[in-house]
Each structure stands twice: as C-alpha cells, then as structure tokens.
Design a protein around this ligand. Structure first.
Ligand code: ZN
Length: 506
C-alpha cells in the first residue's frame, strides 16, 4: 500500500468544495473541508475530511474492513517474531500502570499477544485478549497467552470487571469510536484504567516522510484519525474524568480513568521493568528460535540504550553464541565485503540472518563504544551494518514489509561512519557528510553535522572543522547535545510497534 499511494494535498490543484457530512467522531453536521486525497491503486478517490468541531479527520468513505481472514506470509511472521515488534512498546505503556499482581487485564484487538505477555510476565496480571486475525492464533500457541479468536463482544466483558482495558491501534478502524469507549468504561472497575494508542492526525502534513504518512493514512482500513484534542474529548464524553493524552508527533497514547490517574512517570523505572522482562523472556526460550531473537534482540537494544552495561553483557553472553550457532554470524569479525555480497546474492535472506540484525549490530557497536573503545576504531563495525543489512532492507521491501526500523538504523550507521571518520580527523569527512541524506524520520542530520564539527575540534583539526561548518552553512559553532541512544531507541521502538500493527491491521 505504501508504494502505490497516489496522493494529493487539498491545495495541490484540486478544488473539492467543503462537504456537508456528519462527523462520525463527534456528530457535528456542518461543512467539512478536505485535508488530502489518497487514491490507492485504481480505487475511487478517498478524501480525508477535517471536522472543525472536534478536530479529528475522517474518510468520506467509512466502509469497515474485515480483518478476520487476514493471513500472513511465512516471511512476515518470521519478521514479526524476530523483530520482537511491539513488545518493548507494550512494556513501556503497561509499566505506566501501578496495579498489583492478579489485576484483571483485557486487551481488545490484541494481535499476536505481546501486550498480554507483558501483562502476564512483567506485571503479574491475569491477562486475556480477543482478536480474530491469524497472527493471534500463532501468538496464542507460541506465547501461551489467552486469546479468543473473535472481534470484541461486549457481552464477554462483565460490567465493572477489569482493572485495565487496553486497545492499541484499534480506535482508528472503528466507525463508532465513542460507543467503543463507552463499552470500555462499562467494563472497568471504578478505579480501572483504559489505555489506548492510535495514530495522531498531526502526522498528516507535508513535512512528514512519505512512508510514515502513508502508514498513518492507511487508506481503506483507517476510518477516523484522532487529534490529541478529539481523543480527549471522546474519552471525557465516554465518562472518563481523568484523561492523559500524549503525542510523539505521529502517535497518540491515552490513559483514562474515573478516578485520579496514578501513573509511573519515571521513565528509567519503566525501562528497568521492560529490560528485566525482556531478559527473562529471552532466557525462557530453550532454543534459538525466532521468538528468542525477538526477545533477546529487543532486550539487547533496550539495555544498551539505557546504558545498562550489566544487562547488556548478560544478554550478549547468550545472544552472541546463539547468533553464531544458528546463522554462523560473528559480529565482532563480520567482514562487510563478503557478508554483504553474500546477502545481496542470496534469495531468502531469512536463512542468512535474523531479520533484526541491523538493530543487534548497532547495539553491539554502541555497547563497545560504551565500554570505552575508541570511536575511531569502530569504523568497520558501523560500516558493516550498511553492507550487511542494506540487502536485508531491500529484501524486506521486495516482500512489501516496509521495515522503517531497519531503514532508520541504516541511516544511523551511515551517520556513525561519518562520525568515525571525523574522529579520525580525516578530510574525507567533507565529502562523506555531503553524501549523508536527511534521516528517514526527517530529523537528525543537523545533529550529526554538529557532532562531526565537535569531533574535529576536539581532534585538533580546526581548519577542517571550519571547512565543514562552512560547507554545511552552520550558523553558530556552539556545542549541541548528542543524539542520545535512548531517544533513538524510543523512536525505533515506536516505529516497530506501529509497523507491527500495520502488518496485523493492514
Ligand atoms: Zn467531529
């Protein structure tokens, strides 16, 4: 869908007049102006209308899709499991909630079931979910979680029976979100908490990278796109009195209750819960199976991002040998030239490497950096990421698995190579930085340029630093903050989560 998106902004040569159409979100009957038009393939024009009252967007076409018979290819399933997609996002979201062990957790549209797994193993809750998609059957089997293979049936959730009800990436698929939220509230205990995620309509604007835009729009499957304000409005309409809606610019996360919310706001405390959970789950896998690489890869990445060196070392002690045993890969000696060529020549790349190898390689390089190795010496490690994983990205793209995480990591690796060259004080940094594009997420290049200048200054190459600053038209040569690995981890994880849900939902 991402590739075939035929798309126009409302002010790009079209002149559709405002339409008088009832807003399915708030019921407003007035005129609605189009934001954009998206026509996937040859289907009739789809316009996304903006409700001036509640500020949500909705498609003129409100046809609901059937998700029950959605199949997944073997490659998609392998990818999903090995990426450990969504799992750390679920861990972070649920770790906000301070409910004791034994609390009743219900997840609507639970997909593979990582949310249930987190609820059960990280939080100690009694967890059950419902989802008709095929992926749910796989998750039920592999994770051993309780999933009813069906759409949400309100009669199966007694009134006032749940401590936590979660629905991630569900709301945007529903024709009556207000009614859905009322059902969630009905199912909650008086002090229960509702948790929702849904795309943020704020991401529907020209500056957003096209793959992200396309994922947010998901023409044909998404019906209503919320703004932070419209989502809060809906939750209050449904009777919730304490509502918190957070946005990272393209995704909304909401917590809502009818009593004051007491959330765990300490990010590091949540991160520690997530890392502990991921380590335990990876160590529970007897074999180096797909799910092992999903849990372990994610655990490793999160631990390195949190600069938790003890946890990172513990995971690597297991992950390193298992990478070698299953794939014959040794990250500390992998030679970019040979391995990259081998991957490029190979038909089925999933036989050569785990599909989250880019994340593992990046985390391993950062782990070595954190343990005190000189950046200049890590150039081959960062360079190998692109050589080995660019074919992986190409292969996934061929399969129409638009893996934004791998794409973003390839960019980060390219940027790190530039920084290594800068740390070595070599003049090649000028041309290399000239060739560095903006990152797929639309931000980050500027920070890399500034860091390269700083490295040159610290390496006593002031002339080179000045030339670079001039080449890149840096207005001020001031010190700037680093791109922190944890910030990167968060954006990767969100992207993964989103992508995973896309695979499930669309
Ligand atoms: Zn509205």
């Amino acid at each position: 869908m991402a590739d075939s998106l035929d798309f126009l902004w409302a002010d790009e040569g079209t002149s559709q007049a405002p339409v008088k159409l009832r807003c399915p979100n708030c019921g407003n009957l007035g005129e609605k102006s189009p934001i954009c038009f998206a026509r996937p393939g040859n289907s009739p024009a789809w316009s996304l209308l903006l409700c001036p009252d509640c500020t949500a967007g909705f498609y003129e076409n409100q046809t609901v899709s059937d998700y029950a018979d959605e199949g997944m290819s073997a490659e998609s399933t392998t990818y999903f499991l090995q990426q450990g997609a969504a799992v750390s996002i679920f861990a972070d979201i649920l770790a906000h909630i301070q409910k004791p062990p034994g609390a009743v957790y219900v997840e609507i549209g639970c997909g593979f079931g990582f949310g249930l797994d987190v609820a059960q193993h990280a939080m100690g809750w009694q967890a059950r979910g419902m989802d008709p998609a095929e992926l749910s059957a796989i998750g039920r089997h592999l994770l051993g979680v309780d999933i009813t293979p069906a759409y949400f049936d309100p009669t199966t959730v007694p009134s006032g029976s749940c401590d936590v009800v979660m629905a991630t990436e569900v709301l945007e698929h529903l024709p009556d979100p207000a009614g859905f939220l009322r059902e969630i509230r009905r199912g909650l205990k008086p002090d229960g908490i509702a948790v929702l995620t849904t795309p943020d309509i704020a991401a529907v604007r020209p500056a957003i990278a096209k793959p992200v835009l396309s994922a947010t729009l998901t023409v044909g499957l998404h019906l209503i796109l919320q703004s932070a304000a419209s989502l809060e409005f809906l939750l209050r309409q449904a009777g919730f009195t304490d509502v918190r809606v957070e946005s990272d610019g393209w995704k909304l996360t909401a917590f809502a209750a009818t009593v004051p919310l007491a959330l765990r706001d300490d990010r590091r405390a949540r991160q520690a819960i997530a890392i502990r959970y991921l380590i335990e789950r990876s160590e529970s896998r007897a074999q180096a199976d797909d799910l092992y690489f999903g849990f372990a890869g994610r655990a490793f990445f999160e631990a390195v991002s949190a600069q938790d060196q003890a946890s990172a070392a513990r995971i690597w002690n297991n992950l390193g040998p298992r990478l070698h045993n299953r794939y014959n890969i040794d990250l500390d000696t992998i030679t970019a030239k040979i391995e990259g060529k081998q991957a490029a020549d190979h038909g089925d790349i999933s036989a050569l490497m785990p599909l989250n190898l880019a994340a593992i390689m990046l985390a391993r390089a950062y782990q070595r950096l954190q343990s005190g190795e000189a950046r200049a010496g890590l150039l081959p490690r960062f360079a190998a990421i692109n050589a080995v994983c660019a074919p992986l990205w190409a292969w996934l793209s061929q399969l129409r698995i638009g893996d934004m995480q791998t794409r973003q990591i390839l960019w980060v690796a390219q940027a790190e190579v530039v920084l290594c060259i800068a740390a070595q004080g070599r003049g090649a940094v000028l041309t290399m930085i000239g060739r560095l594009p903006e990152s797929p997420t639309g931000a980050g290049r500027d920070a890399i340029v500034r860091r390269a200048v700083e490295f040159l200054i610290h390496g006593e190459r002031p002339n080179l630093a000045t030339r670079l600053a001039r080449q890149e038209s840096l207005p001020h040569m001031r010190q700037t903050g680093d791109i922190s690995t944890s910030a990167l981890a968060k954006s990767f994880a969100r992207e993964m989560f989103y992508r995973a849900r896309q695979k499930l939902r669309g």
